[in-house]
Ligand binder design. Structure first.
Ligand SMILES: CC(C)(COP(=O)(O)OP(=O)(O)OC[C@H]1O[C@@H](n2cnc3c(N)ncnc32)[C@H](O)[C@@H]1OP(=O)(O)O)[C@@H](O)C(=O)NCCC(=O)NCCS
Length: 174
């Protein structure tokens, strides 16, 4: 469990399934993400829970402390094809945008990665047009090298979600 001034990042619960599915039905939230049906939505939660139990971390549900309400997720994923480094990721319901919640959660996740995982870098990826996500990467101090942009091998050629930009942040000096 990670606590920040306004947020709690905690393990997934059964009660997260409906609000997570609600986010998946918001076309603005999903604009740069693959569309999914209810089974896909539930499957993601199942897989997150497995990742949590196998690795001790995952993309964690994010709760507003004052309301005890699920507003999205932010967290870390172990290295997985085609990535060789730990990845940070986020998705918030639209009503929770523009309040600094994503940044607050992501900064806490990065601190956790440096302290608990001992990794030397963390990456984030998104499609080139996802300006809000790229803006957050920059606000976190992540940097982008266009030479590292790549095509996701798990996405079909011609799909607009195939091309990805990669941002990285290095472990701060102690
Ligand atoms: C990407 C995403 C998480 C960014 O959320 P966000 O709310 O814009 O990001 P931040 O938490 O950094 O908030 C920054 C905004 O909050 C504002 N803000 C308000 N109060 C604030 C506070 N107390 N502290 C910091 N920022 C605050 C900032 O001014 C800024 O707004 P601006 O961009 O208009 O200047 C969100 O757009 C999202 O969930 N998108 C859909 C899912 C998605 O695409 N995920 C990524 C897939 S790779």
């Amino acid at each position: 469990m990670i606590e920040t001034e306004r947020l709690l990042l905690r393990p997934w619960r059964e009660t997260d399934r409906n609000p997570f599915w609600s986010m998946a039905q918001d076309s603005e939230v999903m604009r740069y993400l693959p569309s999914m049906d209810r089974a896909d939505s539930d499957d993601i939660i199942n897989r997150m829970a497995v990742t949590q139990s196998e690795h001790g971390y995952c993309f964690w549900p994010m709760e507003l402390k004052t309301e005890g309400r699920f507003i999205g997720f932010c967290g870390l994923m172990p290295p997985h094809e085609p990535f060789a480094e730990v990845e940070i990721g986020w998705r918030l319901e639209r009503a929770a945008w523009f309040k600094g919640y994503a940044r607050e959660a992501a900064q806490a996740c990065l601190s956790w990665a440096w302290q608990e995982l001992g990794v030397n870098s963390v990456i984030a990826v998104t499609v080139p047009d996802n300006e809000r996500s790229r803006g957050l990467m920059l606000r976190l101090g992540m940097t982008h090298d266009a030479a590292e942009d790549f095509d996701n091998p798990n996405v079909a050629a011609g799909d607009p979600l195939r091309r990805l930009v990669l941002y990285r942040i290095k472990r701060p000096d102690d």
